[in-house]
Design a protein around this ligand. Structure first.
Ligand SMILES: [Mn+2]
Length: 358
C-alpha cells in the first residue's frame, strides 16, 4: 500500500483540508449547517459533540460567503439588529427565542461575538452555522473583538486552547493569527482568516447604517464603505479602524481622542453631518454597554444597541434588539436581566426611521 494520507494529516494541513471542502456541493453544505445548528442548540457542549474537522469545514464555508458578500452588506428590512454578545451563549439563545430563530427572522449582528464570556466558541459557531445555512438572511459584522491581539487578552484564544487541546491551533488560526497583516507566514501563504473577511458595515434599505464602533472623519460617502480594505493595518489611523473602535461622546463636539487609546470620540454635530452627507436616517452601532440595552445620541440619529444582558455577571444592564420593519419602522425589544422578561418599546405606531429621527 502506498503511504496513505490520514484524516488527521488532512485536518492539520490547511491547503489539504480546503481542497477536500472545496469538493462539497452547496446542498451538502446547507445540510451540514443544519446539523451543526441542531447540535449546538442541543446545548450538550461542543467539546464532546462537535468534531474539529466540522468546525474547520464551517469556517471554510463562511469565509467563502463573507468574501463573496463584500465589506459593506446591503439588505432590506425586516431585520433585527443585535449588538455585542461576548460569549454569553444562553443569552444568545434567549435573543433568538424572543426574536425568532432563523429563518423566521432576519438578523444583523454588530460584532463582538467572542471574548469576556465563557462560551465564545458556542456563540460564534452558532452564528456561523446560521450564516452558512441562511447566507442572505443572517448578517454578521466584525467587531473590535474580532482581532487577534484583543483575543490574546480577553479570552477567545485562551478558551480555544483550554477546550480544544491539540486541535486548538488549526481552529484558532481559522479565525485569526497574531501579528500584523503582511508580517506573518500565514498571510503570505494566502490563507484567508475569518475575521479579515467579515463585513465591517451594513446598510438597511439604503437608510440605516450599521457598524460596530462608529463613524470616522474619513467617511465621506457610501462608496468609501464599498471600498473598505481588509485586512488592514491595525496601527493605522484609517477608516476601517474607526468603524471598529470609535465612540459617541456625550457633550463633545467634532472629533476628540478616545480614552480607549484607539480611534476617536465623535460629537453629535459629527453624527448629524455624517447622516446628511451619506443621505441616511439612522446609525446603529454596538461597542458600549448601555443600561437600557439601547441608548440614543444626536437627536436619535444614532443608537447604541447592546445585546449581552447582565454583562460579565456584574452589570445590571438590559439587552436590546433593534427591530426594523419592511417599511423601515424602528422599535426595540428589551430583555430585562432579573427575570429576562421582554418588553417592547415602540417609537410610536407610525414612526419610520426617517420620521423618528427628525
Ligand atoms: Mn466592542
Amino acid at each position: 500500500m502506498s503511504a496513505a494520507v490520514s484524516d488527521n494529516d488532512v485536518m492539520m494541513d490547511e491547503a489539504k483540508r480546503n481542497e477536500s471542502f472545496e469538493k462539497k456541493s452547496d446542498d451538502s453544505n446547507k445540510r451540514f449547517a443544519e446539523c451543526f445548528i441542531k447540535t449546538l442548540l442541543s446545548c450538550k457542549g461542543i467539546s464532546k459533540t462537535v468534531k474539529t474537522m466540522d468546525i474547520l469545514r464551517l469556517t471554510y464555508i463562511c469565509k467563502k460567503i463573507f468574501e463573496a458578500q463584500g465589506r459593506l452588506v446591503e439588505i432590506d428590512g425586516p431585520v433585527r439588529i443585535c449588538g455585542d454578545l461576548h460569549g454569553q451563549f444562553p443569552d444568545l439563545i434567549r435573543l433568538f427565542a424572543q426574536g425568532g430563530f432563523p429563518p423566521d427572522s432576519n438578523y444583523m449582528f454588530l460584532g463582538d461575538y467572542v471574548d469576556r464570556g465563557a462560551y465564545s466558541l458556542e456563540v460564534i459557531l452558532l452564528c456561523l452555522s446560521f450564516k452558512a445555512r441562511y447566507p442572505n438572511n443572517f448578517m454578521m459584522l466584525r467587531g473590535n473583538h474580532e482581532l487577534a491581539h484583543i483575543n490574546d487578552k480577553y479570552g477567545f484564544r485562551e478558551e480555544i486552547f483550554t477546550r480544544k487541546g491539540e486541535f486548538a491551533i488549526p481552529i484558532y488560526e481559522e479565525f485569526t493569527v497574531r501579528g500584523t497583516f503582511g508580517q506573518t507566514d500565514r498571510y503570505t501563504l494566502g490563507f484567508q482568516k475569518m475575521f479579515d473577511v467579515m463585513p465591517l458595515v451594513g446598510l438597511i434599505g439604503g437608510r440605516i447604517l450599521c457598524m460596530h464602533g462608529g463613524i470616522s472623519k474619513q467617511l465621506k460617502s457610501l462608496d468609501d464603505l464599498r471600498k473598505l480594505r481588509s485586512p488592514f493595518n491595525l496601527e493605522d489611523d484609517c477608516l476601517e479602524n474607526d468603524i471598529l473602535w470609535s465612540d459617541p461622546g456625550k457633550g463633545s463636539t467634532g472629533w476628540q481622542p478616545n480614552p480607549r487609546g484607539a480611534s476617536v470620540v465623535f460629537g453629535e454635530d459629527a453624527v448629524i453631518e455624517c447622516c446628511k452627507m451619506l443621505d441616511i436616517d439612522l446609525i446603529v452601532r454596538g461597542h458600549q454597554c448601555v443600561q437600557d440595552g439601547y441608548e440614543f445620541f444626536a437627536g436619535k440619529k444614532l443608537v447604541t444597541v447592546f445585546s449581552a444582558p447582565h454583562y460579565l455577571g456584574t452589570f445590571t444592564n438590559n439587552a436590546a434588539m433593534c427591530k426594523v420593519s419592511a417599511g423601515l419602522q424602528v422599535s426595540f425589544e428589551v430583555l430585562i436581566p432579573e427575570d429576562l422578561k421582554v418588553e417592547e418599546r415602540k417609537m410610536g405606531p407610525e414612526s419610520t426611521a426617517a420620521e423618528m429621527t427628525q
